[in-house]
Design a protein around this ligand. Structure first.
Ligand code: ADA
Length: 560
């Protein structure tokens, strides 16, 4: 399953995931372990492969001819794609989609091989042993499409404002002409009952961007958590009266702005009651099927939360489709956790971050649930070199999408030199856990500094992480460390104090579920090799904190 709806009615497509592929591990000691594996899936979740690091080959076949587009929603960490033994593409980036077009393929059956490497290497600057598991494999869906010479690459819809019941929007359509000659075609867009037709458009070889400004969508409803209304968008290309190609997506109309103290959704000040969530499950690794993702989101709703932070990487589009439909607000983040200055100086780091940002924004632009873009969680924001990277990445985000704010979660108290750059100042604080101060005191101390010496005055303040560890079923009258009792007590205090703090627009709890970690030297701080700060454990069994959070969150509405 790739999306929650069909993305083409005209273009011929076939999902290559959702079935068994041949799997050949290539590392020493594993070569006799060839088998068939379900795609999508994570390498480390195959029996006997729990700690596998290195190369592996995945093979399947597809039937098709002409121009073929293969789209991979996520291959971790590095992928080399071969069609009929010819290398057609390479891609680094565990959590973002990429596609390859092969022109004029002979009709018939073709062999597809994907070589995957999940090792930690210098050239993979964003993957390292970390406080989460950096899974490997073809962890998201794969699709094969047969495309004409002129095809639609993507359509971006930007809602501008509502005018007497009508939404005013901008649309950008990116088409690619794979031939060497100019092609003439008609472009038609249908969205929420409105139709736009551009006849006799000329498309030169390569990419062509078309812009439609201030298109009016009559009687369109506004997307909001309490009314997550979505509309289908169908773009079509016609040549000589015949349909050439189509491209279907789903979107919603809403605006996001910030003022000096609030994040405004459709002009109303949001109260963020959120969870940070890793894509992680003991059985599926990061490749959770739609049912399991939906279950997580149902629990998050049950907890009274209204937002998820996709810490620390862009998520599967199935997750975003579900959030759109369920009215859950998303902070979507690029891939970088705790990367300090030395590692940021790795020459691969900045280009790879920028590539993730480009792929994330291009692919996920139309999801109304995404209200903010995040970058560089707890990276080197206290250093001059770090600042260069933060600045470059904020500039890139704004050049790709000026309709949403951007932020990054910092923990560099009193030393951060980047607070002038984001639209929202976000801080990871762990009062009563890593810090002895009360939540109210700690938030006040951080914010006072941010607004004075920190150069972050005039912006909303968001707590991007609070939390405490608790091991499932460890109950303890003394509320000792790692007990569910202590975790519940701390979360209760953190939430009550922060929700009462006027200057704070909300918080994200670290974290929804316990997750596997890959950082060996953290063993003493990560019992069971898990980050145990989930309000549910890795199997989604609620801890004591679940009810505490639920009782508090349900007392507060989605707006301030
Ligand atoms: C950080 C970090 C998280 C996690 C958390 C913790 O704030 O952003 O990824 O490691 O700390 O559990 O300590």
């Amino acid at each position: 399953m790739i999306r929650l709806f069909n993305t083409h009615k005209i273009r011929k497509t076939e999902e290559l995931s959702g079935k068994l592929w041949n799997f050949t591990p290539m590392e020493k000691g594993y070569q006799d372990k060839k088998c068939k594996v379900m795609i999508p899936g994570c390498l480390e979740n195959l029996p006997g492969f729990g700690n596998y690091r290195g190369w592996a080959a995945y093979e399947t076949e597809f039937e098709g001819g002409g121009n073929i587009r293969l789209e991979f929603k996520g291959v971790s960490h590095f992928a080399k794609i071969y069609v009929d033994d010819k290398n057609v593409a390479e891609h680094y980036g565990s959590y973002t989609p990429f596609a390859v077009c092969i022109k004029a393929l002979e009709p018939g059956k073709h062999k597809l091989v994907v070589l995957v490497d999940n090792a930690f290497r210098e050239e993979y600057a964003l993957d390292m042993p970390n406080d989460y598991m950096s899974y490997g494999g073809i962890s998201r869906g794969v699709v094969m499409e047969m495309i004409p010479d002129l095809y639609i690459k993507y359509v971006h819809v930007t809602p501008l404002h509502k005018n007497a019941g009508n939404w005013i929007i901008n649309i950008e359509v990116m088409c690619e002409n794979l031939s060497d000659e100019e092609v003439e075609a008609d472009l038609q867009i249908e969205l929420a009952g409105a139709v736009y037709l551009q006849k006799g458009q000329h498309f030169s070889p390569g990419e062509n961007l078309l812009q439609i400004k201030n298109m009016e969508i009559p009687n369109a409803e506004t997307w909001a958590p309490e009314n997550p209304i979505l509309y289908m968008l169908e773009a079509k290309l016609y040549g000589n009266g015949k349909i050439l190609d189509d491209w279907i997506d789903r979107t919603g109309f809403r605006t996001v702005e910030v003022n000096e103290k609030d994040i405004l959704l459709n002009g109303k000040p949001l109260r963020i009651k959120g969870f940070c969530r890793h894509e992680d499950h003991p059985q599926y690794g990061c490749a959770l099927p739609a049912q399991a993702i939906a279950y997580d989101l149902q629990m998050i709703r049950d907890l009274g939360a209204n937002s998820v932070r996709t810490s620390h990487y862009p998520n599967d589009e199935l997750f975003l489709d579900l959030c759109d439909e369920m009215g859950i607000l998303v902070w979507e983040e690029n891939h970088a956790r705790g990367i300090e200055e030395v590692r940021m100086k790795n020459p691969y780091f900045e280009p790879q971050c920028e590539q993730v940002i480009r792929e994330m924004i291009t692919e996920h632009y139309n999801h109304p649930s995404i209200y903010i873009w995040g970058i560089l969680n707890e990276c080197g924001s206290e250093t001059e070199y770090g600042r260069i990277c933060y600045r470059a990445q904020y500039e890139l985000i704004r050049s790709l999408d000026s309709s949403r704010p951007a932020t990054s979660a910092s923990c560099k108290f009193n030393a951060d030199i980047c607070q002038d750059l984001p639209d929202v100042c976000s801080w990871n604080i762990y009062p009563y856990w890593y810090d002895e101060r009360s939540a109210e005191q700690m938030a006040r101390d951080v914010l006072t500094w941010v607004r004075t010496e920190g150069n972050g005055a005039g912006k909303p303040f968001l707590v991007s992480e609070i939390g405490a560890g608790g091991i499932y079923a460890f109950r303890d009258m003394a509320h000792d460390i790692w007990s569910e009792d202590l975790q519940a007590e701390i979360l209760g205090k953190q939430l009550t104090e922060l929700l009462a703090y006027e200057d704070c627009v909300g918080m994200y709890i670290w974290q929804f579920c316990d997750v596997r970690v890959s950082r060996i030297d953290w063993a003493m701080r990560r019992p069971k090799s898990r980050n145990n700060k989930g309000v549910v454990d890795e199997y989604r069994r609620p801890k004591m904190a679940y009810q505490v959070v639920k009782d508090i969150f349900h007392q507060f509405s989605d707006y301030r």
